[in-house]
Write a protein that binds this ligand. Structure first.
Ligand SMILES: [Fe+2]
Ligand SMILES: [Fe+2]
Length: 310
């Protein structure tokens, strides 16, 4: 049996996982929303990082205004995500021996995540997935793009396997090399044991210039886990969206370019195209799950076998 989601054991300071995503929207407001007049267009075709020259000052102001729960979440994340921690989690989860279930079943399983979100205003996990997918569908994007939107957060079932919030969500970043100072709440890395490891604390660390992100150990969370569950079934573009959608230090802050190879650079245009749908399709008008279900069951069957190993 999975452990119910605990918001009060000190490891889970967020009232709900949505609190992290809401904070992302605060950091990267929707272009045209009036909160960030410098932002560039957020449409996929014209997408580029909101403000690549964002000053340290702007980051500090963002940090100061963060909710205490979000701050504590990032403190835990930056303190405990180490190279060794990620290797242990990869060993534990990438055997994919936890469950066998279909994609829609996984969506329903994720929906059992019980947290402290407000039932009157917050969307369920299925509703967030459907809103993301519907936003992509309405823009006439390819079917695999719609499907990537539908499933992109299914890795959050890690919470149901007992993982703390800081090992499921949060901006992701490479381990085994120096932490970029453009990672949000960078100062908390002072408490990370890897920070004082000389072999990890250079620009390249364990890596070679332009080695390609596939060789890079990313912080552990829902992106990397889901990538391994679905990697045999989707086009490369969709897999990049899934694997790197939380890699804000790269797709929004343009950091770690020196670890990317030519394929990564090409594919990150798709990661960037996906991001506005993830952040800006939330509306309080909940999608009608049952009426949308037949379309999405067909789409799932087009790409996936009836069950997957999780
Ligand atoms: Fe996500
Ligand atoms: Fe999401």
């Amino acid at each position: 049996m999975s452990r119910p989601f605990q918001a009060d054991d000190g490891q889970n300071p967020l009232g709900s996982l949505d609190e992290w995503e809401d904070d992302l929207v605060r950091r990267y407001p929707e272009p045209g929303s009036g909160e960030n007049p410098d932002a560039t267009s957020g449409t996929p075709s014209g997408f580029k990082a909101v403000d690549p020259d964002k000053s340290k000052e702007a980051f500090r102001n963002y940090d100061l205004d963060a909710r205490p729960s979000v701050r504590e979440f990032y403190r835990l994340n930056h303190t405990h995500q180490t190279f060794a921690f990620v290797q242990a989690k990869r060993d534990e989860y990438l055997k994919l021996d936890k469950r066998v279930m279909g994609v829609w079943e996984a969506m329903e399983y994720l929906n059992t995540l019980v947290d402290d979100s407000d039932p009157d205003t917050d969307l369920t996990q299925i509703q967030h997935l459907l809103q993301t997918a519907e936003g992509i569908r309405q823009d006439g994007q390819p079917r695999w793009f719609v499907l990537a939107g539908l499933i992109h957060d299914l890795g959050k079932i890690l919470c149901l396997f007992g993982e703390p919030q800081w090992a499921v969500v949060g901006d992701t970043f490479p381990l085994g090399c120096r932490f970029s100072d453009k990672i949000v709440f960078h100062d908390f890395f002072a408490e990370n044991p890897d920070h004082s490891q000389p072999e990890y604390n250079t620009r390249l660390g364990l890596y070679e210039e332009n080695c390609g992100l596939d060789l890079v150990c990313m912080s552990w969370g829902h992106d990397e886990y889901l990538y391994h569950v679905v990697k045999d079934y989707l086009p490369t573009e969709a897999l990049y969206m899934i694997r790197y959608h939380s890699f804000y230090p790269c797709h929004r802050e343009n950091e770690y370019e020196f670890l990317m190879n030519d394929q990564d650079r090409l594919m990150f245009k798709w990661v960037q195209a996906f991001n506005p749908y993830d952040l800006y399709t939330k509306s309080h008008e909940p999608p009608d799950v049952e009426s949308l279900r037949p379309f999405y069951e067909d789409l799932i069957a087009e790409y996936f076998p009836p069950t997957l190993c999780w």
